[in-house]
Design a protein. Structure first.
Length: 193
């Protein structure tokens, strides 16, 4: 009977301490992310999985990891070049690195929401590679900054100049998880602005 209570306590502790099913969690850069959004994309027939840190949601996230599946696109480099062309059309400066031999590539860029302070800046990195099942798969890491004054702009610029290469290496070495092919939407009505 004592063993039963020890096992029960262990299970309850794991559940209450943020334990989650392996396919619904991932670890990036030493931080655990939880799958909170998964949907089948109507345009490319693959799933999009978005992971957020514990306690964060669509309205208050600081970092996010997403996994995109493009089952009908067989060249990660061609998909990456098409994405770069789109970024160039919208005048978004970007940096592209690819390895023809491995058929993989990385692209990073900064998106900005707002023309006057406060603004939201998002530093994005995508890694594209062949999917083990079919097509192409991409992992996306995003770091989000809320900038309220010009001093913060300088601080963010310094931080990105210092950490950009480190994040690129981490994304490049990150083993892309399997796609979760189920619809999950943990957005709560009270999370919406």
């Amino acid at each position: 009977m004592r063993k039963f209570f020890i096992i029960l306590f262990s299970i309850l502790f794991a559940v209450n301490s943020g334990f989650c099913a392996e396919e619904h969690c991932l670890k990036f850069n030493g931080t655990e992310y939880i799958l909170k959004y998964s949907v089948k994309d109507k345009d490319n027939n693959g799933y999009l999985n978005e992971y957020f840190k514990e306690g964060e949601s669509y309205t208050n996230w600081s970092e996010m990891v997403a996994v995109h599946h493009f089952p009908n696109i067989y060249s990660p480099i061609d998909q990456l070049k098409a994405f770069r062309d789109y970024l160039n059309i919208i005048n978004c400066p970007n940096s592209l690195e690819f390895n023809e031999e491995k058929n993989t590539g990385l692209i990073d860029f900064i998106m900005m929401d707002g023309r006057r302070l406060p603004i939201i800046l998002e530093f994005n990195i995508f890694k594209y590679q062949k999917s083990p099942e079919c097509g192409t798969i991409a992992v996306q890491y995003v770091k989000r900054y809320l900038i309220a004054n010009s001093l913060q702009v300088k601080d963010v610029k310094k931080e990105l100049e210092k950490s950009r290469k480190k994040y690129l290496k981490k994304v490049d070495k990150f083993e892309i998880p399997l796609i979760v092919e189920e619809n999950i939407d943990e957005i709560k009505l009270n999370d919406l602005p």
